[in-house]
Design a protein around this ligand. Structure first.
Ligand SMILES: C[S@@+](CC[C@H](N)C(=O)[O-])C[C@H]1O[C@@H](n2cnc3c(N)ncnc32)[C@H](O)[C@@H]1O
Length: 232
């Protein structure tokens, strides 16, 4: 996600000036620190949702104080606890079940706030646009869990690689495509099921970035302009 910060995410935040941001999936905090710098500068707050952050949370808390609230929960447990947010960055567990129900929770919150936030998604292209990955398969209900293995992936090949391939240290679904498989499929299914008037834009480089937002001609024009001029 952090590779999109300068060219796409930051210009959109500077235009929209959100006061409350949710980051799902922080890992080493490479993107978190950028969001926090924005928050400090523009008097905003970020809720960082990650059950296992790999950065020094106390050090970040000392540096950024009230601009940071660390939520050490899975996204499905965290989202209903966060009262309001204008932007969500989704880069947590890259599978259909997690992303579809994150969007359902965001939609549910929008019924009380009256606005649907701008949602950024990482990994809407290969390898996880059309293939599930599970950080912890035990967290996924059996009906949504695809057969999976600790094996890597090769572009253009549905079956996992016997040797090598990318992300061979992660639990990847054994096949690509098909129903309820992958991040992009989850977004498309959510859009089909939702009655909200939303727009979705997709960038294909760096494993893919998606941007989902309320349909508004001015916002649409600006987001399309930022994406086109990013050259990504
Ligand atoms: C790909 S990394 C995030 C990378 C980060 N956004 C960046 O740009 O550097 C995914 C992170 O999501 C966290 N994670 C996994 N499942 C999650 C879930 N269900 N809810 C929230 N975070 C989750 C993992 O602990 C991991 O730190």
């Amino acid at each position: 996600m952090n590779r999109f910060w300068d060219k796409i995410i930051k210009p959109i935040l500077l235009k929209e000036q959100p006061k409350s941001i949710v980051e799902i999936g922080a890992d080493y905090g490479f993107n978190t620190v950028r969001i926090l710098e924005y928050c400090k500068w523009l008097h905003a707050k970020v809720y960082v949702v990650d059950p296992l952050p790999k950065f020094d949370v106390n050090a970040f808390q000392n540096l950024f104080g009230e601009h940071l609230e660390m939520v050490r929960l899975l996204s499905h447990d965290a989202l209903p606890k966060i009262p309001e947010y204008d932007v969500v960055l989704i880069d947590g567990d890259h599978n259909w079940y997690t992303v579809y129900f994150e969007l359902k929770a965001i939609e549910e919150r929008s019924k009380t706030t009256g606005k649907f936030p701008i949602v950024f998604f990482h990994d809407v292209d290969w390898p996880y646009g059309r293939r599930d990955m599970y950080y912890d398969p035990k967290q996924i209900p059996a009906e949504y869990l695809k057969p999976y293995a600790l094996k890597g992936m090769i572009p253009g090949q549905s079956e996992l690689s016997v040797e090598g391939g990318i992300n061979n240290n992660l639990y990847n679904a054994e096949y690509e495509n098909g129903p309820k498989n992958g991040v992009l499929t989850a977004i498309e299914d959510f859009l089909q099921d939702s009655s909200l008037d939303l727009s979705f834009q997709k960038v294909v480089s760096e494993n893919g970035l998606g941007v989902l937002y309320e349909n508004d001609p001015e916002k649409d024009k600006y987001i399309r302009y930022v994406i086109t001029s990013s050259g990504m």
